[in-house]
Write a protein that binds this ligand. Structure first.
Ligand SMILES: [Cu+2]
Length: 286
């Protein structure tokens, strides 16, 4: 990949986590700090293990997406983490107590240790070893309980569960992010004019509400890849944040072919994943 020098000529300030002026602020800002907010679910230390669990390694499960208290769409992505035990597909070894798989319990409690996790539309098994999935909720408030269980679906108990509360709202349209301009394969001159399109989600300035998962801001990734769900979008000359809520910008590119990835992310700059991104290839002629 050829070396490129990129000048972000954003049509507004980044406004990441600082007092945002009213819309239309023309200043080019490259100095604002990128908020490195850790997800809530990663802050809490593990709870004490029960006495009967002393042979097991210390650990916990954690919700990587969404955060506790989030407002999400009725169809929402979820992402699971586990520390101290490994994820393994169900059925491979029912006697192995150092591994297991995730279960999602919608509007229900953790399953006592040793009990089989039920299997129905409110007790979802990720027996393939999945750590990321999409679920569908009815509008309103719900609890999502992540429960780790062994290869025979026997629960590791409340010590290996965690619960987040979310409020689900129906999206106004199927969520989608896309380039209005430029278009795939375009031949362009630098600086390149950019226009960002969005459906379903709302554009909102960075830092205004970091738990809201129904809004966010655009990011441009030059000659890179979309960021995974929940990952913090980097901030450097090839990862440009439009934290002021901009939907139009300009970027200087060196001559040659480049990929441009539009990546939508939440108010804390955490990516909505490849599903909320679009990548195009353009050819800069001069
Ligand atoms: Cu950002």
């Amino acid at each position: 990949m050829r070396f490129i020098i990129v000048l972000a000529l954003a049509v507004g300030s980044f406004a990441c986590n600082k007092d945002s002026g009213e819309g239309g602020t023309p200043a080019v800002s490259t100095t604002s700090a990128h908020a490195q907010t850790a997800p809530e679910s990663q802050k809490a230390p593990p709870a004490g293990k029960s006495a009967g669990d002393q042979a097991a390694p210390a650990g916990k499960v954690l919700f990587l997406w969404p955060d506790d208290g989030s407002r999400v769409f009725t169809k929402t992505a979820v992402k699971f983490g586990v520390e101290g035990r490994t994820v393994r597909p169900a059925g491979e070894d029912a006697t192995d107590k150092t591994s297991g798989h995730h279960h999602l319990i919608i509007d229900g409690a953790a399953i006592p240790a040793g009990q089989m996790v039920p299997k129905d539309e409110k007790n979802i098994h990720y027996g393939g070893g999945q750590t990321e999935a999409e679920i569908e909720l009815t509008p309103g408030e719900h609890t999502l309980t992540l429960q780790f269980a062994d290869g025979a679906h026997l629960s590791y108990g409340p010590d290996w569960a965690t619960t987040v509360k979310v409020e689900a709202v129906a999206p106004p349209a199927p969520p989608r992010v896309f380039f209005v301009e430029p278009t795939e394969g375009a031949e362009l001159k630098s600086p390149v004019k950019l226009s960002f399109g969005l459906e379903g989600f709302a554009v909102r300035k960075a830092g205004e509400d970091v738990k809201e998962k129904i809004s966010g801001h655009h990011h441009l990734i030059i000659d890179g890849q979309p960021d995974g769900l929940g990952a913090m979008v980097g901030k450097d000359e090839t990862h440009i944040h439009y934290g002021g809520g901009q939907t139009e910008a300009e970027v200087a590119l060196t001559p040659g072919k480049h990929t441009l990835t539009l990546q939508f992310a939440d108010g804390a700059h955490r990516s909505y994943g490849a599903a909320l991104s679009q990548t195009i290839t353009v050819n800069v002629t001069e």
